[in-house]
Each structure stands twice: as structure tokens, then as C-alpha cells.
Design a binder for this molecule. Structure first.
Ligand code: NAP
Length: 345
């Protein structure tokens, strides 16, 4: 086991972590970026990003994060494989136990660990994930040339996945538990207007059929005219059951924040596991309840979840961490948090 001591560690290498790394490196904090289980974060699973400021023609998600990494490295940020498995954030230095077996000690930490795809809970999903069931159309869509496929969800991700899959699949059916989409109008219109995209309204996925040898071969769908059919069925109502033959199923029902390693720490999490930041009276905007720990991106943002907002909070976390680091060596003897407030004022 090796031990290393740092001023600033950034956990996560999605757009929030990269933005924090650029700002911290430019401030000469020599940040170490732990790339995490999904290096590059969710943008690596996206095709074109059309709403990131400065790219009127759009930019590939993978290209955006690769360029962000180059930018951070150019200013001196270092990158390392691995993620945090456990953390002691009770005092200084903060101590991070990594998946690689190493222990890192650091004065400040930016948590930018993002969120991971949620699963539906349908029968068969554990066996078939990666064998025709996927959470990433960009990664696996090309395997479904000529197939009929299902996309589960009603948000922007589901629309994006459906439109991408329509390039390969014979037909794409969006399975949504209500009769109204959550997606933005522009994305919803594109999906509705596409000849190869259909919608199964008020419908949920109950089970997926297939095997690891043959992949996905079919699915069981349940529907109820008032929506949320699985809930209705559990409450004793009748639902319509339909067996469909499909060659692929894609989940696009949102994400869970990656915060398990924070559960036993002073960092406060909300009921869904998102990091709470910015206590109105006392904390800097990205500060958490643990001294020296800041959070940025989807792990602390359940409302906006945009690449551009993640980059914004990443830069804010680096600036807040920089102010906090400066304040903790100030000679006044005041508490770090009071000083960080003064520095941020
Ligand atoms: P989301 O907006 O939270 O939508 C999740 C969808 O999945 C909702 O329609 C939800 O249904 C459904 N759902 C959730 N749990 C379910 C379950 N257990 N079973 C069945 N359906 C379930 O998530 P998202 O689409 O991943 O988008 C997240 C954020 O990223 C949003 O802010 C979005 O705008 C952004 N985004 C933007 C783009 C883009 O602009 N190109 C692309 C992708 C994502 P209900 O509607 O009934 O709740």
C-alpha cells in the first residue's frame, strides 16, 4: 500500500471533474484526478451535444471530454485510474481508500463522481444486462442492425437513445409509464416525427426474455389506461399484458448519484443520495458539511443535470476549494469554514 499526500484531489473525470481540474491546475494546486469507474462520465455515452455553449455545430460527447482532459493536463493536472471505496472525512488530512488498494491523503476534495444509470427492476435484467439489454445506445446500438428494440423512459435520454437507435434498428418503441413525456419539446418532437420511432404509452416493462447465448429475444409489457401499470397491478387492478419479440432493450430512466463512499462520512446526503451543498447561511456554494470537501456536477445537482451546468459547478468547486485551502493556512486561528466564507465574500 502506498500513501500519498495532496492539496487537492478531484474524484471523477466527467465534465464537472475536468472543469474543476482545469481551474485547480491553473491555480497551481497540482490536482490529482481520480478517473472513477466511468472515465469521462456520462458524456462519453452521448452522441452529439448541441447545447454546450460555443459549439454551434454541436460536438461529440467523447470529443468534449477528451479535449477537457487535454486542457487540464496542459495546466498540470494529473490523472489516475481508480475510484474512492471508503473515505475518512472527519478531520485533516482527509483520507481516501482507493479501489486500487492505495490510500491518498489530501487537504481538500472535490467530489464529482456523477451518477450512474438506473435499472428498471424487470425480471431477467440481471442476467441479460450486457447481452442485448443496455443502458447506452451509443455504445451498443450498432449491434442491433435490423432488430426491433425497446427504449424504456420518457425523458431527454430516452428520446436521444430512440433517435440514435433508429439509425440501426428496424423499429424503436419507446415504453413510457405515463401518457406525457418528460423530455424537452425539441427532443420529443424529433422522436414523435421520426417514422421508425413508436410510443407505447402508459406501459412498463415487466420482464425480458432471452439468454446470454442468444441475447434478448422478447419482453413482457404491461399497460393500464391511467399509467404506472406495475403500481396499479400491485394494488390489485387489472392490467393488459403483451408479449413482444424484440432483439434489444435499452434503459433510459435516469440516474443514481455515486455517493456510497460518503454514507459514513460527515457529508450530508439527501433522501435519494445526492450530496447537499451550500447551506444557505454558512457554506460556500459547493461546500459540503465536511470541512475541505466540495461537490460538483450531477452528484450534487438533481435538477439541471446539463453538461454546461456540471462544468459550471466544477469550476465553482475548484474556486471554493482554492479559497478554503488559502484560508486554512491563514494565521488568524478562526475556523476554516468562517474563513472560507470570508474568502468567498
Ligand atoms: P429524467 O429526465 O429524469 O427522465 C427519466 C424518465 O424515466 C422519466 O420519463 C421517468 O418517468 C422515467 N422513469 C424513471 N424511473 C422509472 C422506472 N422505474 N420505470 C419506468 N420509467 C421510469 O432522466 P434523463 O432522461 O436521463 O435526463 C436527465 C437530465 O439530463 C435531464 O435534465 C435532461 O434534460 C438531461 N439530458 C439532456 C439531453 C440533451 O439535451 N441532449 C440528453 C439527455 C439528458 P416519469 O416521466 O413518469 O417520471
Amino acid at each position: 500500500m502506498t500513501e500519498e499526500r495532496r492539496d487537492l484531489v478531484v474524484a471523477g473525470s466527467g465534465v464537472a471533474g475536468l472543469s474543476a481540474a482545469v481551474y485547480a491546475a491553473r491555480a497551481d494546486l497540482d490536482p490529482l484526478v481520480l478517473e472513477g469507474d466511468e472515465p469521462g462520465g456520462q458524456l462519453t455515452l452521448t452522441t452529439d451535444v448541441e447545447n454546450y455553449l460555443g459549439f454551434p455545430e454541436g460536438v461529440g460527447g467523447m470529443e468534449l471530454v477528451q479535449r477537457g482532459k487535454e486542457q487540464a493536463e496542459q495546466f498540470g493536472a494529473q490523472f489516475q485510474h481508480g475510484s474512492i471505496e471508503a473515505a475518512d472525512l472527519d478531520g485533516q488530512p482527509l483520507e481516501l481508500s482507493l479501489s486500487t488498494g492505495e490510500t491518498l491523503r489530501t487537504r481538500a476534495l472535490v467530489v464529482a463522481t456523477g451518477a450512474s444509470a438506473r435499472w428498471v427492476g424487470a425480471d431477467g435484467e440481471d442476467e441479460l444486462m450486457g447481452y442485448g439489454l443496455s443502458t447506452c445506445a451509443t455504445c451498443d446500438g450498432a449491434f442491433h442492425r435490423g432488430d426491433d428494440v425497446l427504449v424504456v423512459g420518457g425523458g431527454d435520454s430516452a428520446m436521444e437513445e430512440a433517435l440514435f437507435l433508429a439509425k440501426f434498428a428496424d423499429s424503436v418503441t419507446v415504453v413510457h409509464r405515463r401518457d406525457e413525456l418528460r423530455a424537452s419539446e425539441i427532443m420529443a418532437d424529433r422522436a414523435r416525427e421520426h417514422d421508425d420511432v413508436e410510443f407505447a404509452w402508459n406501459t412498463e416493462l415487466e420482464a425480458i426474455r432471452g439468454s446470454q447465448a442468444d441475447g434478448v429475444t422478447g419482453a413482457t409489457l404491461v399497460s393500464h389506461p391511467d399509467g404506472y401499470p406495475r403500481e396499479k397491478y400491485e394494488a390489485g387492478a387489472d392490467v393488459e399484458v403483451e408479449e413482444v419479440d424484440v432483439g434489444g432493450v435499452f434503459y433510459a430512466i435516469g440516474h443514481e448519484p455515486n455517493t456510497d463512499f460518503l454514507r459514513e462520512t460527515p457529508v450530508e446526503l439527501d433522501d435519494d443520495g445526492y450530496v447537499r451543498t451550500a447551506d444557505a447561511d454558512t457554506w460556500a456554494t459547493t461546500a459540503t458539511a465536511a470541512d475541505g470537501v466540495f461537490a460538483a456536477g450531477d452528484v450534487m445537482d438533481r435538477d439541471y443535470q446539463q453538461a454546461v451546468t456540471a462544468a459550471g459547478t466544477g469550476s465553482m468547486a475548484a474556486l471554493d476549494a482554492e479559497a478554503w485551502l488559502e484560508s486554512t493556512v491563514a494565521p488568524s486561528g478562526d475556523s476554516a469554514r468562517q474563513l472560507s466564507m470570508e474568502a468567498g465574500d
